[in-house]
Design a protein around this ligand. Structure first.
Ligand SMILES: Nc1ncnc2c1ncn2[C@@H]1O[C@H](COP(=O)(O)OP(=O)(O)O)[C@@H](O)[C@H]1O
Ligand SMILES: [Mg+2]
Length: 272
């Protein structure tokens, strides 16, 4: 039996959230269940998608796997290593890219990536060449490499975040909405690069998205998450088979979501 790249068993995570109740009453704390009874196993070399509306628990899932948060209960293992008991082993096997990645905005992409490479303990000369290649591959122009990050568009900054995630060729790559807010061409650049990383480096990818089209095109299997629960998990084809063809038309993943939840995805979005 081979060990999965990632395995979650009965994972539950709650937050205490301040709630403003009426004008006169004091602020109250309310428990928010971000994830409930989450079970999933991602196989080595798989591109696994977590698809769900805003507030459904996607980022919480990614942050738990990346050891930034601890689960209330349940277990998470990366290549058989427990994220709580073997935090440092796990940290070496993963890398996380998030849409709201932090950078030193006054410094250039090259400077920011060099800083990251130092943190990872990479030889700098080798790292610099790799950075250049990755950024070019992602469609960033050479002239932007040395400009302050604050002068770059959000989409370009996001590409630098993706480049940083790929620097160390992690075994398990965690991508939290890697293409959200990108223009269509940049989306395709990032998607092509994710596929390439899997082919060239045997990487396993866990990515979140609220883009149905992206999940359909990129992911080997997809878990649909709604209000912290996985409500379906299959290949895109398998998920579409849950819905009968209407007028001979192939159903979309959006149709699957509506079938399973009774609502369109954007209507499901929770208040943040
Ligand atoms: N640090 C936090 N404190 C309080 N509530 C949180 C925190 N992080 C997430 N939540 C809540 O947990 C739920 C899931 O959030 P999140 O995982 O960010 O969803 P998604 O990434 O799918 O948009 C939301 O209701 C959100 O408000
Ligand atoms: Mg999120």
């Amino acid at each position: 039996m081979t060990i999965p790249a990632l395995e979650l068993k009965e994972v539950r995570k709650t937050f205490l959230k301040k709630k403003q109740k009426g004008r006169l009453s004091r602020a109250k704390r309310e428990e928010v269940v971000a994830l409930e009874k989450v079970n999933l196993a991602v196989q080595r070399r798989e591109i696994f998608g977590v698809l769900g509306p805003n507030g459904s628990g996607k980022s919480t899932l990614i942050r738990l796997v990346s050891t930034l948060l601890l689960p209330d209960s349940g277990t998470i293992e990366v290549f058989g290593h427990d994220v709580e008991k073997e935090e440092f082993v796990v940290k070496r096997l993963i890398n996380r890219v998030s849409v709201d990645a932090a950078f030193f905005k006054k410094f250039s992409p090259m400077e920011n990536l060099t800083y990251a490479a130092r943190l990872y303990g990479m030889p700098i000369r080798e790292a610099r060449e790799k950075m250049r290649q990755i950024m070019l591959r992602l469609g960033l122009k050479e002239s932007t490499f040395t400009q302050p990050m604050e002068n770059m568009s959000r989409g370009m900054q996001q590409k630098v975040a993706v480049a940083r995630g790929f620097l160390t060729s992690p075994t398990l790559l965690l991508l939290d909405e890697p293409t959200t807010g990108l223009d269509p061409q940049s989306k395709r650049d990032v998607q092509a690069f994710v596929r390439e990383i899997r082919e060239d480096h045997d990487a396993t990818v866990l990515l979140t998205t609220h883009d149905m089209e992206e999940a359909n095109r990129l992911c080997d299997r997809i878990a649909i998450i709604d209000e912290g629960k996985i409500i379906a998990l299959d290949t895109a084809g398998g998920l579409k088979n849950l819905v009968s063809k209407r007028n001979g038309q192939e159903p979309t993943l959006e149709d699957v979501f509506i079938e399973l939840t009774g609502t369109r995805m954007e209507e499901k979005e929770r208040d943040e």
